[in-house]
Design a protein around this ligand. Sequence first.
Ligand code: C2G
Length: 132
Amino acid sequence: MKKVITYGTFDLLHVGHINLLRRAKELGDYLLVCISTDEFNAIKNKKAYYSFEDRKKILEAVRYVDEVIPENTWEQKIKDVQDNDIDVFVMGHDWEGKFDFLKDYCEVVYLPRTEGISTTKIKEDLGLGEQK
Ligand code: C2G
């Protein structure tokens, strides 16, 4: 079984996230998503609209997603890849190059982002203020 992993906040789930998840799943048979906890989001200087629990429930309902676990730190990726026997690490290309250290442990794939949509844009368009 070919296992794929990806990471993110996935707040206000939108078509850009779905496109990423769909393409990530197409690279294997099993997709593990590590979703940023509210505490880790604070480290990323992000404030999600939905709580970790709600974002996790929403992601678990997506047909491409097989399992969702928490992302608590920047440093957990190597252990996650090893502990879960991951074959492919996937991120949107806004992260291009940032996780190349994982090439020692698995394939690393950066996929083109979906243009014109982002959680930040949704919040701005809805007048939800400057919260990122
Ligand atoms: N994404 C995309 N197209 C968009 C928006 C997001 O392809 N229009 C992708 C991002 O590139 C990322 C994933 O969807 O791969 C999740 O995006 P975010 O929730 O914004 O995640 P991010 O804050 O980038 O967290 O350790 C890694 C971090 O947790 C990544």
